[in-house]
Design a protein around this ligand. Structure first.
Ligand SMILES: *[C@@H]1O[C@H](CO)[C@@H](O)[C@H](O)[C@H]1NC(C)=O
Length: 983
């Protein structure tokens, strides 16, 4: 969310005035850059960039790390040893324990620790009580599976001198070649190098050392004296080792310098993706200057970045330190498991295979340099070869996305703030009056009594239960915000308990930390503590959080945490958490622990009540690897400006390929007032966000869809209805994400990994496995859209069946009421076409199947259905079908994909017995059907005695550029049973 000060508010109103005068101007407010560090202002980033510059510019540079061969042991898939760091100009070595684990899944993990810190054999300054070890609990939060150690991994006795080689992975096709001196690793797939560690010698583990106070005089002389060459080498820049100031705050750094850094190269790979969350293009840019390149590294340090800027490597609210590299038909990746502030430099270099070939056969290598302030050097390596192999393996480790409740993938209506319970009920009625579906209405911070969470303002929300009853009449839900800052006010039961039970984040001296947030003076619950999470759980019980009911869910905002008077608007790094870890060690995980506690709380409140919990829904702003297991995220406080609409698409695609597909951006833009055109276009794009929520700042004009006026209201309503009609496809895509980690909206490279031309495309995408290709309009006044069709396949306009054929770029008409949206041949798309007030009311609606015939003449698609709210699907209460159309025999069949039936299968199938297919539309129907008038249908266990029945077929011939199509109305087959339709 949103904090503002007087000046930006004035800015906004001035601009609003200006906009009224001149409709072409959009609010151009921008981030307060000076509130956030550049690499140069972040001591460890600056030190490591300088280290890199030295290493790369000095020809006689020798990386000072060596694996001591006498320490190497390999046993049952795990290699251990000691890497020695040479201290320049001494004979001393720092011992760094190395562990390389080879997993059954084909993933390798390389972990480097520091022996002295591991043993706690260091001294802290300032009498700090902080833990002495490097933070080693990130895995506890991020990793949930995929760590079975490989029995098949084996030492290759053929290793050249000075190396150790391990064969591993599926069919032993992978290999890790570990070079002893300087230490480095090459990861190979089928003999070809894919990833290199420390190839450029930038690895750096800042070991513990005692602070030596030099006499002031000597220091001064040293600065001025001409130092001998050897001394110069030894002279490291210590200015940021012991404390660091920024924006009026001082970080006491009791552990001294402790950064870890490593260069990771992807030879032959031109594109890298991931490292979410940033506003730039999906294919990450270079970061060390030059035309259209960034000058700062990509930064990962979860922050409340107010009025964030476009096309920037600046940090945002969440971090996923997972990166993929893509070249033609090959994808590999790394996951940097570290929760501290992290920066990533990216550069590319071109090498020519043959110096005389002038670019032909030249190869681009992408080099990355990862730098974290503290913690272990801990990296997972994925060798692909497909994007799904890599994303799937990452998902196996960090967990797949939650299978959300169906309502949560429908449309959400939010604003800061609906002012009273009557206001909420009025908005609810107006949606109905204008026949616009919606599922959820949201309450921002103003519903509380003085920003005290778990309370209601008695003046404005006197009857929250009555309000929820009205919503429940149409199966609608309420989401209320609960943030981690707890108002520091006597007599407020939540803060009283937080203090008396000692569950808050502490300052560096071990006393309760106090900072400033929405309520003014506040304390922060420390959800790293199991006791705190347990206490948090109790707060959501229906009898504790009075006024909430079964159809209320939670929004966790400000969980980076946002601290208005903290350094970079967040917690001081020397604050202390449960287990005496410093905040710096675990900062990027903080937000996830809070959502974890809320998720568990929502589960618990139902368990206490009736033992039948529904799936929790929690929206979060801050996140880390693993947050996908807990709920949805959104991209925070964007602006009602065209560039923000445009940027939302690569941002959401980036989340999808980062294992966190349940992502959205505020529809309409948070700050400022969108023009009606922008609002309409935003809804059209939002209909394709996995998480679709309209939201607006408190200073903006009301903009519920029905207020837009015609034609805008109808255009927006159409976009929302399109979302509702495709909910069966969306839900199936969510199911796929929850079982394989596959993205829900998919960029071109993911779908067509052999198509190099499409690797940079991030303004169009496919929905699920359905071949549905969308490219929403994101520019003002644009009436046509160029769409890139990657493959030799037929594509049809979703709405009027206009035909296109790839590979090519086509221009699709896009007047304001139209979304450029195509169907790729070869797929079958499930829909529910009856307009309803909410998705809950569609539960027993019949389905329409759209068979899209492609070049092969065949088509296929799947459908997953369950009750959309409970966990009964885990006991078999679901329907999972595959529909296939065979061109050769002109038959459409439905077959079961469900695993073995469970305890609740029959009961669910019985409930769904009346749910049938009400229509089959065949797009690109063969011309030979022109004379046909009926189709023959047989259904398994069919009731008709003959076993088959005949149903009319309507055929529409090709017209101009529009494909022929046919329709079978009411084939009468059940969605949950096996059947066959012969055309
Ligand atoms: C929440 O965190 C705890 C502790 O790490 C873990 O045991 C639990 O499974 C997590 N809950 C969810 C829903 O991920």
């Amino acid at each position: 969310m949103y904090y503002f000060d007087g000046s930006s508010r004035r800015w906004t109103s001035l601009l609003t005035l200006f906009c009224i005068l001149c409709l072409l101007i959009t609010p151009a407010v921008s981030v307060k850059r000076e509130n956030f560090k550049t690499c140069d202002q972040s001591g460890f980033c600056k030190r490591n960039r300088a280290y890199a510059d030295t290493a790369l510019s000095e020809s006689r540079w020798q990386a000072p790390y060596a694996l001591d061969p006498s320490t190497v042991k390999f046993d049952k898939g795990v290699l251990t040893g000691t890497v020695l760091k040479k201290i320049i100009n001494t004979n001393d070595n720092v011992r760094l324990p190395l562990k390389i684990t080879f997993h059954e899944s084909g993933t390798a993990r390389v972990t480097i620790d520091e022996e002295r810190r591991q043993k706690g054999d260091i001294e802290l300054r300032h009498g700090s009580k902080a833990r002495k070890e490097r933070y080693n609990e990130a895995e506890k939060w991020a990793i949930v599976g995929g760590t079975t150690v490989s029995a098949g991994a084996a030492l290759n006795s053929d290793a050249e001198k000075g190396t150790t080689r391990i064969m591993y992975g599926p069919g032993s096709k992978f290999e890790a070649v570990i070079r002893h001196e300087p230490y480095g690793i090459e990861f190979k797939r089928e003999g070809e190098t894919q990833i290199k560690f420390n190839d450029r010698g930038l690895m750096n583990v800042e070991h513990w050392r005692a602070k030596v106070d030099k006499p002031a005089e000597e220091q001064k002389e040293g600065d001025e004296a001409v130092v001998a060459e050897s001394d110069k080498e030894a002279a490291e820049d210590e200015s940021t080792w012991w404390d660091e100031k920024f924006g009026g705050n001082t970080d006491s750094k009791p552990k001294g310098p402790e950064a870890v850094a490593l260069d990771i190269s992807f030879p032959g790979y031109q594109n890298v993706y991931g490292a979410a969350e940033h506003t730039g293009p999906l294919s990450l840019k270079e970061t060390r200057g030059g035309d259209d390149k960034y000058t700062d590294p990509y930064r990962l340090y979860n922050s409340d970045v107010f009025e964030y800027e476009m096309d920037s490597p600046m940090t945002l609210y969440g971090s996923i330190p997972f990166m993929q590299a893509q070249k033609k038909n090959s994808n590999v990746g790394v996951f940097w498991l570290n929760a501290a502030e992290t920066w990533i430099d990216i550069t590319k270099s071109t090498t020519s295979a043959n110096p005389l070939s002038l670019g032909i056969g030249s190869e681009v290598t992408t080099q990355t340099h990862w730098i974290s302030e503290a913690g272990l050097l801990d990296v997972f390596v994925f060798l692909g070869p497909t994007p799904q192999d890599v994303i799937g393996a990452y998902g196996e480790l960090t967990g797949y996305s939650q299978l959300p409740q169906q309502f949560s993938i429908a449309y959400h209506q939010c604003r800061w703030n609906y002012v009273t319970d009557e206001d909420v009920k009025d908005v609810d009625r107006k949606f109905d009056k204008h026949r616009i579906p919606y599922d959820v209405i949201w309450l921002d911070i103003e519903y509380t009594d003085g920003k005290k969470y778990f309370t209601w303002d008695p003046m404005t929300f006197g009857d929250p239960i009555g309000m929820q009853k009205q919503l429940d009449d149409h199966e609608r839900k309420l989401v209320a915000i609960i943030d981690p800052h707890i108002k520091n006010e006597g007599g407020y039961h939540v803060v009283d308990e937080l203090k008396s039970k000692d569950l808050a984040i502490k300052n560096k001296d071990g006393n309760i930390y106090e900072g400033w947030c929405w309520p003014g003076s506040s304390h922060w619950v420390d959800c790293f503590s199991p006791k705190a999470r347990d206490w948090w759980k109790g707060l959501f019980r229906y009898d504790k959080f009075k006024g909430t009911g079964k159809n209320s869910f939670i929004w966790n905002d400000m969980n980076e945490p946002s601290v208005f008077n903290g350094p970079e608007t967040t917690s001081p790094k020397d604050n202390l958490h449960y287990g005496d870890w410093e905040h710096r060690d675990l900062h990027n995980i903080n937000g996830m622990t809070f959502v974890n506690a809320t998720y568990e709380a929502l589960l618990a409140r139902d368990k206490d009540e009736d033992k039948h919990p529904v799936r929790p829904f929690v929206l979060t702003r801050s996140f880390y690897s693993g947050s996908q297991r807990l709920g949805a995220m959104w991209t925070g406080d964007n602006q009602a400006a065209w560039p923000h609409l445009e940027a939302s698409i690569p941002m959401i695609l980036s989340m999808g390929i980062s294992g966190y597909p349940f992502a959205g951006a505020d529809v309409g833009g948070f700050f400022g007032n969108p023009s009606k055109e922008l609002l309409a276009r935003w809804y059209q794009a939002g209909a394709f966000y996995p998480f679709m929520r309209g939201h607006a700042h408190i200073d903006t004009r009301r903009r519920e869809p029905y207020l837009a006026g015609e034609p805008y209201t109808q255009i927006i309503a159409q976009a929302i209805r399109l979302r509702y009609s495709l909910l069966p496809a969306w839900y199936t895509a969510f199911h796929e994400a929850s079982t394989t980690g596959a993205p829900i909206v998919r960029p071109n490279y993911y779908v067509h990994p052999g198509d190099e031309k499409g690797f940079g495309i991030d303004d169009q995408f496919y929905l699920g496995s359905y071949g549905l290709l969308a490219k929403p309009v994101t520019r003002e006044g644009q009436e046509g859209q160029d769409m890139y069709l990657a493959d030799k396949e037929k594509y049809y306009d979703y709405f009027d069946y206009w035909m296109y054929e790839g590979p090519t770029t086509v221009t699709v008409a896009a007047p304001l009421d139209t979304i450029p949206f195509l169907m790729r041949g070869g797929h079958i798309i499930p829909r529910r076409d009856r307009p309803r007030r909410s998705s809950g009311l569609m539960k027993f609606d019949p389905l329409t199947l759209v068979v899209v015939i492609g070049n092969s003449g065949d088509a296929e698609g799947t459908l997953y259905l369950d009750d959309g709210e409970s966990f009964n699907y885990k006991e078999g209460a679901y329907i999972h079908r595959r529909f296939s159309y065979q061109g050769a025999t002109s038959t459409l069949t439905s077959e079961d994909l469900a695993a073995l039936p469970g305890k609740k299968t029959n009961e669910y199938l019985k409930q769904m017995e009346k749910v049938r297919v009400e229509k089959v539309i065949v797009v690109g129907a063969p011309q030979t059907w022109a004379g046909k008038t009926e189709v023959e249908i047989s259904e398994e266990g069919g009731k008709s005695s003959s076993g088959t029945k005949k149903v009319p077929l309507e055929f529409h011939g090709q017209e101009g550029g529009k494909a022929a199509w046919a329709v079978v109305r009411d084939p009468g087959v059940q969605i949950g049973s096996g059947w066959k339709i012969a055309f």
